[in-house]
Design a protein around this ligand. Structure first.
Ligand code: MTE
Ligand code: MO
Length: 198
């Protein structure tokens, strides 16, 4: 009896520890977009990476697909309080992307999206397997409403940092607010410290 009971409590404990403060878990996948879903044909899609000195490297869809891809299964946490456990993504890690650049990165990144959305993330939060350009979710090409063809994925920060429809990554010497950050969201957005608003 005691053992069974402890096992049950243990699992609930583990889930509780997995959930940042003020969040609840959801099984479906809500769509949150400030703008209409842009339609980007793959032959027109590109990802530009821009240095702080305005040098740029541009990847076509084909070139992006040729970069080594990896998989990550991770929990995600939206500032509107839903969290979703164990989402399975495939994409190019920032480590891989940085290795393909002919210039040195700067300490902050602004992600610019088709549709105009922007968000800022420190480079230190994108390296070491933490940041991805994801193009696949649960084994399927990333659906347009969830950011397809490709989106940023930075799952240890609130999900507004995971910019959908990413088209340009711009390195910056200083941290500068993006779309929601200019409207009062936190500059960093750590769900474990409930950094929702500044
Ligand atoms: N381009 C763009 N990216 C975005 C957003 C947006 O409005 N536009 N919303 C952000 C927010 S607030 C969240 S919670 C997630 C939602 O992603 P989902 O719609 O795939 O759940 O995308 C983030 N990335
Ligand atoms: Mo969000």
């Amino acid at each position: 009896m005691a053992i069974v009971n402890r096992g049950f409590v243990g699992r609930r404990d583990r889930d509780a520890r997995r959930l940042p403060p003020g969040q609840y878990t959801t099984l479906d996948f809500p769509v949150l977009s400030a703008e209409p879903t842009p339609s980007v044909p793959l032959e027109k899609w590109s990802l530009a990476v821009q240095s702080a000195e305005h040098r740029a490297s541009t990847f076509t869809w084909e070139q992006f697909q040729a970069l080594p891809h990896g998989e990550i299964t991770t929990d995600i946490h939206c500032v509107t309080r839903w969290s979703k456990f164990a989402t399975r993504w495939r994409g190019v890690s920032f480590d891989t992307l940085l290795g393909a650049l002919p210039f040195e990165p700067a300490p902050y990144v602004m992600a610019h999206c088709y549709g105009g959305y922007t968000t800022n993330v420190p480079l230190a939060d994108l390296t070491g397997g933490q940041g991805w350009i994801a193009d696949t979710l649960d084994g399927e090409p990333l659906a347009p409403e969830h950011g397809g063809p490709a989106r940023l994925l930075v799952p240890h920060l609130y999900f507004w940092k995971s910019a959908k429809w990413v088209r340009r990554l711009r390195f910056m010497p200083e941290d500068t607010p993006g779309f929601w950050e200019e409207r009062g969201y936190h500059m960093y957005g750590d769900p474990w410290r409930e950094q929702r608003y500044s």
